[in-house]
Design a protein around this ligand. Sequence first.
Ligand code: ADP
Ligand code: MG
Length: 234
Amino acid sequence: MPESLIHLEGVTKVFLTDEVETHALSGIHMDIVKGEYVSIAGPSGCGKSTLLSILGLLDSPTEGSYILNGRPVQGLSLPERARIRNREIGFIFQSFNLIGDLTVYENVELPLTYRGMPAAERKTAAMEALEKVGMGHRAKHLPSQLSGGQQQRVAVARALAGKPAVLLADEPTGNLDSKNGDSVMQLLAELHKAGATIVMVTHDVRFARHADRTVHIFDGRVVQEQMESDPTRA
Ligand code: ADP
Ligand code: MG
């Protein structure tokens, strides 16, 4: 068994708002190895986004431990967490989160600038990522000049450009019509075939068909794990 890229043990997350406790996650155990494509499914409010935020170091568990790429990440300083997030994590959001007054190219380049990559390397990495998602010919466009599906492709390129250890996608087709949604799912499947490790959240298990396995969550707990073993399914 190869060493896990992601190892969660007893991860619990309690939100406290107006003296009301919400147990968003309760005792989650999870191991994801390099090259796996895992989908996380479950009804609205069951804790999927909270789990993905913890995996992406955007939030911390109330209890439990998280080891990313062999390294315990709790108790690190904020700058250290930000540095690891920037290097190891590529995040894809439901609403794309592109910056409207930057071009497609500039959007993809920005996180590389944050991590101090020299300009020439940034250009190569950003263009390579845009080509990979089929958006190289749109580099000079603004996000508003693209369809939703194209914008999400650019967001995937932005997530990929820094060659992160894992891609995290939170309902990446949630704002897309079914044609654009299928095309983005197809893109993630291709990236997986090329070796990417992907964790994708979806409320619709039909989107999980390209994944190696699906983790079903209900009320903040893992209730079922299912292998998506039939490669002939469309
Ligand atoms: P999902 O993504 O599966 O719809 P979430 O992870 O967004 O679920 O939410 C899980 C639970 O935690 C919900 O009850 C939600 O209201 C609550 N929750 C999520 N984020 C916060 C927050 N920042 N503050 C308080 N409660 C939150
Ligand atoms: Mg969510």
